[in-house]
Write a protein that binds this ligand. Structure first.
Ligand SMILES: Cc1cc2nc3c(=O)[nH]c(=O)nc-3n(C[C@H](O)[C@H](O)[C@H](O)COP(=O)(O)OP(=O)(O)OC[C@H]3O[C@@H](n4cnc5c(N)ncnc54)[C@H](O)[C@@H]3O)c2cc1C
Ligand SMILES: NC(=O)c1ccc[n+]([C@@H]2O[C@H](COP(=O)([O-])OP(=O)(O)OC[C@H]3O[C@@H](n4cnc5c(N)ncnc54)[C@H](O)[C@@H]3O)[C@@H](O)[C@H]2O)c1
Length: 480
């Protein structure tokens, strides 16, 4: 076996790994980037970009469907599934091309192809061909969609989001298991493109939401348009002809078997920390097998091993993979004199319609750590002026602030323009603004942001006139 010596070895050439590699080489260290699969990143190849391309097509179809309510009649609408998927794939390939071009620019001697596995805290084995001796390591191995074995046994019609973006036509029907971000984004987009879709949620969760009031509105908003069945689990999947028979069971134990072309397993993603030989490193790990690490330095214990991106499962989103990769790469260079890097205010956006955003501390986190010490303000978008003008008057925003100081802590929402409102509020949160300082900011008219002002006014009123928010017994309600 070939033996290579290097300062830093980065495992995984996704967003986190590429950012770590660039930080490490910029820091003047000899660095190897090891990738088991094809280059191009999850985000560009099968994640953020192709999913948003599919959603963009779905929005175009939906705009035509919604037009008659404004007195605009587009006539017969025809969705050409082959053309939809051709654009998704060709634009996706363009984005992937840019990433591959970047990797092509890295010196050939810095890149190794193969599956990396720790043999010790200083040595990796790559497949059966190479041993890498390194002083420092960055684990940036990403995550993999979860598919229960009993579903997988039903054959190739049980798929994950990875498969959708390789279709060359839209299917007739699909069952989606999971009401997380992937299940709802893809389920709604496919339904808008004329596919018969049923989404099964084993509980009542909706994407990343935890606030019970927002969740309640979100469940209704999703069910208004989509066949989404909460508290209904998939209990059996059997191949039948060239499709599947999917049996589900609702909260009353009533079972129902229906036929679909596919079942999309969207029940979460598992960090790729297994089959990595972490047991040979001496690192302390949590019950998922993820090494314990410091959230500001990304360092695993006091070791020379750092972790970044979906692999640590802390905030599995693209901007986080980039931030964490940079911090891990910088600190691998500085090791042992590691430094805290910039971790930003948490922000998540689901590109459903209405969009869903959370930022800062979630309601669930506040109830766990701030119970009785925060206040809540809210607005419904039902009668919000601009939202009604656009016929997008669905949703709710709840905003949170520290009771003693009025400092803004976070928000959860489903509603129009949530991708922009999420940014606006997360910037206020990171800047440490108080609710009164936020209310001093300009608000134009007529804009959806006037709804944000209504929620903040309500929050200011709660801060001044009401006792701090009592979360009640959140343990008494069933888990989503
Ligand atoms: C359908 C979908 C939609 C999404 N939409 C969004 C969105 O809109 N916005 C957003 O912010 N985020 C979104 N995400 C999440 C985002 O894509 C991920 O958080 C991000 O891509 C993770 O980057 P990463 O570098 O951690 O992992 P990856 O890009 O997956 O990179 C990990 C790499 O490590 C390699 N690897 C694994 N194990 C080994 C090993 N042992 N040896 C060598 N190589 C190995 C893998 O082959 C892979 O190339 C979406 C994800 C999905 C699936
Ligand atoms: N817009 C975005 O930023 C975006 C889009 C897509 C994905 N992502 C990232 O990808 C990650 C993974 O997404 P996801 O939707 O797969 O996971 P998720 O964790 O968001 O949701 C999984 C859902 O499946 C349910 N579930 C779990 N086990 C189940 C089972 N056995 N049967 C039925 N339901 C079950 C869970 O209750 C949950 O509602 C997300 O955490 C997110 O960070 C982000």
């Amino acid at each position: 076996m070939k033996i290579l010596y290097t300062d830093i070895a980065v495992i995984g050439a996704g967003t986190a790994g590429m950012t770590a590699y660039r930080a490490a080489t910029t820091g003047g260290k000899k660095t190897l980037l090891i990738e088991a699969n094809v280059y191009g990143t999850t985000c560009a190849r099968v994640g953020c970009m192709p999913s948003k391309l599919l959603i963009a097509a779905a929005e175009a179809a939906h705009a035509l469907h919604a037009a008659p309510a404004f007195g605009v009649h587009p006539g017969q609408v025809r969705i050409d599934g082959k053309a939809v998927m051709a654009r998704v794939r060709s634009e996706r390939d363009r984005f992937v091309g840019f990433v591959v071009e970047s990797v092509d620019g890295y010196p050939a001697e810095d890149k190794i192809h193969g599956h990396a596995r720790f043999r010790s805290a200083t040595q990796l084995q790559i497949d059966e061909h190479t041993l890498v001796e390194a002083e420092r390591f960055v684990i940036a191995t990403g995550s993999t969609p979860i598919v229960p074995d009993e579903w997988r046994a039903a054959g190739p019609r049980v798929i994950t989001s990875d498969d959708v973006f390789y279709w060359d036509d839209l299917p007739a029907s699909i069952a989606v298991a999971g009401t997380g971000v992937i299940g709802l984004e893809l389920g709604q987009a496919l339904a808008r493109l004329g596919v018969r879709v049923t989404v099964f949620g084993r509980g009542g969760s909706v994407a990343q939401l935890s606030d019970p009031d927002v969740l309640d509105v979100a469940r209704r908003a999703m069910a208004d348009e989509l066949d989404v069945r909460f508290n209904t689990k998939v209990v059996r999947v059997v191949q039948e002809g060239d499709g599947l028979a999917v049996t589900s069971e609702d909260g009353d134990g009533v079972q129902r078997t229906e036929q679909f072309s596919y079942l999309l397993s969207a029940i979460g993603r598992r960090p790729n920390v297994h089959k990595l030989g972490l047991e040979n490193t001496g690192l302390e790990r949590d019950h998922h097998g993820i090494p314990l690490y410091h959230q500001q330095t990304m360092q695993c214990g006091a070791s020379a091993i750092f972790v970044a991106g979906d692999a640590d499962n802390e905030r599995p989103q693209l901007p986080e993979a980039a931030d964490q990769g940079r911090i891990a790469g910088d600190n691998a260079v500085r090791y042992p004199a590691v430094q805290p890097g910039l971790r930003r205010t948490p922000l998540t956006i689901a590109f459903t319609e209405p969009q869903i955003a959370t930022l800062g501390a979630s309601y669930e986190e506040l109830c766990a750590t701030y119970a009785g010490r925060f206040s809540v303000g809210k607005v419904s978008f039902e009668n919000q002026g601009r939202s009604r003008v656009m016929l997008q008057n669905k949703g709710m925003l709840r905003v949170y602030a520290e009771h003693a100081t009025g400092r803004f802590l976070g928000a959860e929402m489903i509603g129009p323009r949530a991708e922009h409102i999420g940014h606006l509020l997360s910037w206020a949160c990171q800047a440490g603004l108080s609710v009164s300082a936020m209310l001093d900011m300009p608000f134009y008219h007529p804009v959806v942001e006037e709804g944000v002002r209504t929620a903040l006014r309500d929050l200011a009123h709660q801060l001044a006139n009401a006792p701090a928010h009592d979360c009640g017994c959140i343990d008494c309600t069933p888990a989503p």
